[in-house]
Design a protein around this ligand. Structure first.
Ligand SMILES: NC(=O)c1ccc[n+]([C@@H]2O[C@H](COP(=O)([O-])OP(=O)(O)OC[C@H]3O[C@@H](n4cnc5c(N)ncnc54)[C@H](O)[C@@H]3O)[C@@H](O)[C@H]2O)c1
Length: 313
């Protein structure tokens, strides 16, 4: 049996990953989560399996959980959630990372860090390649997350060099899909929820800033290939994202059309340090992950997400 620990397993990506991992009968999955932003309802399907276990706990504390693989996804990820207590966010990134690296050393496990395109900050290089070192404001309101994640990456590489810890680092770009928290303030869920409720759609700035949106199943496929199909010496960092680039206005327009909503757009000031452009260069992922690339187009992913949000609200 392959024993797998997923931290942040009750969150959006973590719970999608747990479900997918359980499809392999050789996997035993333990989800560790303090339910800070995660929800047990995300794990309803997983709970039916006798190869699944949930532990309520904080990654800032050391938990001795025997395992062969660790997916370290625990961290609030939406700006309102990670800015609510910025010091907690940084501590989760850093103490959580140290604890997972120590656990990996104890059991000779491989640990995968869920890093982020936010390590590139407000990028001067477009699209972003892994070798780009980023442009992050280390005193701004996003830095608890951006710098927390950057330090977590640094810890991974230092543990690897100093102790030979087996690491994999993925940099995830904007991801959306079922099991997102409808209230946690991310752009795709916000737009869909506002459209479905007939409330005004909030656009920050003039709406010309761009993002690329990756459907969660595409991400999970990339995560699993990175963990299982790459040699030990391939540590990353590796970008996982959908390179299709859309402005916020294009996204709002598509959501309005697909939901048949009559909601109007309202404009609010752009939050501080909000990146103006973001687009993944995924050449490395294509090369190293057996031709991996996103398969689900925005329209199809939105259709599935709208169906999910319709059901839960
Ligand atoms: N969704 C994206 O677009 C995206 C993009 C880049 C990176 N990521 C990374 O992927 C990971 C998962 O993100 P998500 O979108 O699923 O967010 P999420 O908020 O839905 O999930 C995070 C989970 O971590 C848990 N958690 C938070 N602090 C914890 C702590 N101290 N101890 C234990 N559990 C804790 C939360 O309760 C939640 O279940 C995060 O590390 C995030 O930084 C996500």
């Amino acid at each position: 049996m392959n024993r797998i620990l997923v931290t942040g397993g009750a969150g959006f990506i973590g719970s999608n990953l747990c479900e997918r991992l359980l499809k392999d009968k050789n996997n035993y999955v333990v989800a560790l989560d303090n339910l800070y932003t995660g929800r047990l309802s995300n794990l309803a399907e997983c709970m039916k399996s006798d190869r699944f276990e949930f532990i309520e706990g904080d990654v800032q504390d050391f938990h001795d959980i025997p395992c062969d693989q660790i997916y370290n996804a625990a961290c609030p990820a939406s700006p309102p959630a990670y800015q609510k207590s910025p010091t907690n966010t940084t501590k989760t990134c850093i103490f959580g990372m140290i604890n997972m690296l120590e656990l990996a050393n104890k059991y000779n496990a491989t640990v995968m860090q869920f890093s982020t395109s936010e390590v590139y900050g407000d990028p001067e290089v477009h699209p972003q390649v892994e070798s780009y070192r980023g442009c992050v404001n280390c005193t701004g309101i996003r830095s608890c997350y951006d710098e927390g994640k950057r330090c977590a990456e640094s810890l991974c590489f230092d543990y690897n060099r100093e102790f030979g810890t087996k690491i994999k680092v993925i940099r995830i770009f904007n991801t959306y899909g079922p099991k997102m928290d409808p209230e946690d303030g991310r752009v795709v869920s916000n737009f869909i929820i506002q459209a479905l409720r007939g409330e005004p759609i909030t656009v920050y700035g003039d709406g010309t800033q761009t993002r690329s949106f990756q459907y969660v199943d595409d991400l999970v496929e990339g995560i699993i290939r990175m963990m299982n199909d790459t040699p030990e010496e391939f540590t990353g960092p590796i970008n996982l994202g959908n390179p299709g680039e859309f402005t916020m206005l294009e996204l709002a327009d598509l959501v309005l059309k697909m939901t048949g909503s009559k909601s109007e757009l309202i404009y609010k000031p752009l939050p501080a340090d909000d990146p103006t452009r973001r687009k993944a260069d995924i050449s490395l992922a294509k090369e190293k992950l057996n031709g991996w690339e996103p398969r689900i187009a925005l329209r199809e992913g939105l259709e599935r997400s709208i169906a999910y949000f319709r059901e839960i609200i």
